[in-house]
Ligand binder design. Structure first.
Ligand SMILES: [Mn+2]
Length: 327
């Protein structure tokens, strides 16, 4: 199926169906949640039923997105849905405890832009060249003539804005900007969405950043920048996991840094590595070496073991990528 055929197929499913179940990846971000809300709210305005579910209740700032209170943590498993949508999720494992949702007998549709997507659904609209899942959802809604009012526009804007780093990253294509402009014309407010998603810091969050910056280290002549956040830092500052969102950018901001790394300790589960790169290192490839995945410039993986060991193993592999792409 070509991309166009896949899109038409999804439009048909949305037009013909009446009840949909939808979800996104664990540790959701504004692309996953904004895409789900954009799609779900539009469908409900069209008189259909969209059950939007996440394994855990949303935390601020995601819980502050328009109509985010529609998202629930339980759904009727006995009910029949006309299709199941999985948004911004590259693999079954990333669905966490909702993994079984994708294994139900109903048709599953994955809309995603991760280059490591493994096509786990029945229908997969996967476009690594797309800036965000929000961009893909917008195209589907527009193509199908579904309602695009302020709430949907704001949520899809949040999705695109977040995944493009506020229209700075390399995925900031003319198409992404064009869609963002259309969303603003439909009522999205860049200022209000920025205040919700990017600003609105708590004091704890700033204190966590202070502690994290204290751990900054550089390797390989300043080409790798790394920060570590321990469970203790989370505890001492009273910050939540979601408060460390985008901290990985700080080492990347430093001139000369190619690979930026944020290591976060996950209580009793080892460490989560978040990776960013500036120019040439494909961090999705690098992450896949450790069982993770993502995009060329943003990826991640999880690792168990002692911090010194996991860090050393990672740096050894990262160096190989810094010095050219290993096969
Ligand atoms: Mn995304």
């Amino acid at each position: 199926m070509t991309r166009k055929e896949t899109e038409s197929r999804i439009v048909d499913i949305l037009r013909d169906g009446r009840r949909f179940l939808m979800t996104t990846h664990v540790d959701p971000d504004a692309d996953g949640i904004g895409s789900m809300l954009g799609l779900g709210v539009s469908l409900s305005r069209a008189g259909k039923e969209a059950v939007m579910v996440t394994p855990e209740p949303l935390e601020a700032p995601l819980s502050l997105l328009p109509e985010a209170d529609r998202i629930v943590q339980t759904f009727s498993a006995e009910s029949h849905y006309d299709a199941i949508f999985v948004l911004d999720c590259g693999e079954l494992q990333r669905m966490g405890s909702l993994r079984s949702v994708a294994e139900r007998k109903e048709t599953t549709v994955c809309i995603d832009h991760h280059k490591t997507n493994d096509f786990f659904a029945d229908i997969n609209l996967v476009e690594p060249k797309s800036s965000s899942t929000g961009e893909l959802v917008y195209r589907i809604l527009k193509r199908g003539g579904f309602p695009l009012e302020t709430v949907t526009a704001n949520n899809l804007f949040a999705a695109i804005q977040t995944d493009t780093g506020s229209f700075r990253y390399q995925n900031t294509s003319s198409r992404a900007l064009g869609i963002a402009a259309e969303l603003v014309a439909l009522g999205a407010s860049p200022w209000e969405i920025s205040r919700i998603v990017l600003e609105g810091y708590s004091v704890s969050r700033l204190k966590l950043l202070q502690a994290a910056l204290g751990t900054l280290e550089f390797h390989e002549d300043g080409r790798i920048g790394l920060m570590t956040i321990t469970s203790r830092m989370f505890k001492e500052t009273g910050a939540r996991r979601i408060d460390s969102e985008r901290f990985v950018d700080y080492p990347r901001f430093v001139s000369g840094v190619e690979v930026s790394v944020l290591i976060r300790e996950v209580e009793n589960k080892g460490f989560k590595f978040s990776l960013r790169s500036n120019n040439h290192v494909d961090v999705a490839d690098l992450a896949s070496h450790f069982g993770g995945g993502g995009h060329a410039r943003a990826a991640g993986f999880e690792r168990e073991g002692a911090i010194d060991v996991v860090k050393r193993e990672f740096l050894q592999e990262a160096v190989r990528y810094l010095n050219g792409t290993p096969s």
